[in-house]
Design a protein around this ligand. Sequence first.
Ligand code: MRU
Length: 346
Amino acid sequence: MDNMPRAVKWQDDQLILLDQRKLPSVEEDVVCDSIERVFESIKTLTVRGAPAIGIAAAYGVLLGYKGQSAQNISASFDERADYLISARPTAVNLAWAIERMRDCQRRHHNDENLYDVLVEEAIAIHEEDKKACRAIGDAGLALVRENPNLLTHCNAGSLAVSEMGTALAPMYRAHEEGVKVHVFVDETRPLLQGARLTAYELHRTGIDCTLISDNMAAHIMGEGKVDMVITGADRIAANGDAANKIGTLNLAILCQYYQIPMYIAVPLSTIDIDTRSGDDIVIEERDPEEVKSYGGHPVAPAGVAARSPAFDVTPNNLINGIITDKGILEPPFDVAIAKVMGVSDG
Ligand code: MRU
């Protein structure tokens, strides 16, 4: 699909990000010319979505290194890598991509052309993500064919990855195949990634969608309008517990009540076998101002207390399946995850 927006581009040794804070009203690129700018872009959600921040960081860690000796690059690489990892804690893809770059730097620290080798590695991460998204789309296609009335939360579409998305990939594939798909899009308070980003990209690509506020999901499910829920995730623990945008857990609980299948779609890079369960996932706590205002306009009394945890954890027993680039994982997830990740002792 040619009209899908692209979140991250690498052109002439420059990192270009589509400014997702301004969508859908303004489509504007930001050129990142320093690692500080990349850090800020990840922190402020100029670029967001687990795989997209990993890809942006893989390129971003290289900014300013062109023309420098391998020795100079290697002298500051670790510090820069750690700095970028610290931008957001929950999405494992950020650390995963940076660790892969670090590993490449260590293996090639004496190569004269270290910069070029690192650029190739970042491009490989980006290209592999594209393939993974298409494979997720293919893996989930049959499910969407059988359950074409969907509901999703936040944005796990093209804007959150290299292209196509994770949760949205099976919907895009079904649409390509001529299946009449309809998607309810949760607006996703507090930062409205559903309204601003998912509705934007589905609408732009011609997929039938209806925007709802988050508190309407139960009512719509009760009307029998939802066959299946698919969301993305920022980190899946070894036992299948899944951290995703705050409000995903609400949907999973509703799905159990209404007997609606709940699927999570991720590339394998979102599965963290070193995190045993959801209890061990660090949940990013953001500025409560994000809840107390929107677009700079207050929506609550200035002095009132507020909180803004950015993610919640859906326990594995509320998840029917995990759609990955290596097929659909089914419970028991600890066994399925150990197998797909090549961990022998589960
Ligand atoms: O805070 P965000 O917008 O980065 O949160 C994004 C999500 O929760 C997505 O669902 C998740 O990263 C998966 S993206 C394929």
